[in-house]
Design a protein around this ligand. Structure first.
Ligand code: GAF
Length: 383
């Protein structure tokens, strides 16, 4: 019923050998993520609390002796160009993320690279950051901070997506069985604190519900919402009161959401899952009514999950489609899954799918003989 996270390393290596005719030199993977709370706050110097998923993107690669860059992926998409393309006109689609990552690390020379992924694309689970983080981890050996700088540059500068830094940070620095409390105040790389996150031990689990409604962070809607929120955050308290709709609502979302992050962390630390659930739902209401980044399919999932026995639920990620996270007692999980699916069918929405939300590990380089965990979460910056 839940889509399990596969190990795609053997399939990635096999596909590389078939498509490129030799063994790969480098193997890496990086996770997708869900955000527990703190949505549309990272690009405003605020707080967020993401966890890495078990679902990951896998990249295997080898340098070439000529100047060709040849990119292949499991679903047969393919891009080929000369290294001069790495500084030339912008590309679109999945190859733009790989090329953006190569630009950001200053890649010189030719390269064969193959991608496999179990992170659904456009589902708000950070498939683009997982791809970028897998590429920079595969082709360079740098400090975690340098990898993070490169990953941010790849998406924000080279791809041109107006995102904050949450997705890349958690993909590179996650710790298994932990959420990552990120504070973007100050404008540089975020300060991070791992927060133990194992609700399963108390008979509660995080369920990820993919509505099947797709979106992209670079399609314009995200940038418009970001611009409004930035304008709202630049106002003094008196100016906010006098400002025209929607600015006061955008401001109220950001201020209340930062407060909810602090309260969720406190509730998680005292294992108060009822309070965590209530804060999830309050966050969804704020994203729906004040920030206006939800959609009817996400609202329907949240409503059906809550009435079927979930402790709380909310959209996760950029919104306008994608996924919800549901906090549910394990004894109620199957009932919630059935009721959410039935509600989607009754409303004529796409059939939702369900992924496990257990907190996984960070981007990792793998040795030829099998996974070797390079635990980037031991970074100095994490206290
Ligand atoms: C997207 C962005 F990439 C993140 O930086 C963040 O802003 C998120 O939407 C909303 O919280 O995933």
């Amino acid at each position: 019923m839940l889509i399990p996270a596969p190990d795609l390393l053997p399939a990635s290596v096999r596909a590389f050998v078939e498509r490129h005719g030799r063994e790969p030199s480098w193997r890496a993977s990086a996770p997708g993520r869900v955000n527990l709370v703190g949505e549309h706050t990272d690009y405003l110097g605020g707080l967020c609390l993401p966890v890495a998923l078990g679902h990951r993107t896998w990249v295997v690669a080898a340098p070439r002796t000529d100047s060709r860059v040849h990119l292949t992926s499991g679903d047969a998409l393919e891009w080929s160009g000369d290294t001069s393309h790495l500084t030339g006109s912008p590309l679109r689609g999945w190859a733009s993320y790989v090329v953006g990552a190569l630009r950001a690390v200053g890649w010189q020379g030719g390269l064969d690279l193959h991608v496999e992924s179990s992170v659904p694309v456009g589902a708000g689970l950070s498939s683009s950051a997982a791809l970028i983080c897998a590429v920079v981890t595969a082709v360079t050996e740098r400090s975690p901070d340098d990898l993070l700088r490169a990953a941010l540059e790849a998406e924000q500068v080279h791809v041109g997506a107006p995102t904050g830094g949450m997705d890349q940070t958690v993909s590179l620095l996650a710790r298994p069985a932990h959420a990552l409390l990120l504070d973007f105040a100050g404008g540089g790389l975020p300060a991070g604190r791992p927060v133990p996150w194992s609700p399963e031990r108390d008979g509660v689990e995080l369920l990820v519900v993919d509505t099947g409604v797709r979106h992209a962070n670079d399609d314009g809607a995200f940038a418009r919402r970001r611009a409004e929120a930035e304008a709202a955050m630049a106002l003094s308290p008196d100016e906010v009161v006098a400002a025209r709709d929607p600015l006061p609502r955008r401001r109220r979302h950001v201020d209340s959401e930062n407060d909810r992050v602090r309260r969720v962390v406190a509730a998680v630390e005292r294992h108060d899952w009822t309070e965590v659930g209530a804060l999830f739902t309050a966050s969804h209401v704020s994203l729906r009514d004040d920030h206006e980044v939800s959609c009817v399919e996400l609202d329907a999932v949240v409503e059906a999950a809550r009435t079927a026995g979930a402790l709380g639920a909310r959209m996760t990620g950029g919104g306008f489609g994608g996924c919800a996270v549901v906090l549910v007692p394990t004894t109620q999980r199957d009932r919630v899954v059935a009721r959410v699916s039935a509600a989607a069918r009754a409303a004529g929405h796409p059939e939702p799918s369900f992924l496990p939300g257990e907190a996984g590990g960070p981007a990792t380089r793998h040795r030829a003989a099998g996974p070797s965990h390079v635990d980037l979460s031991q970074a100095q910056r994490l206290t």
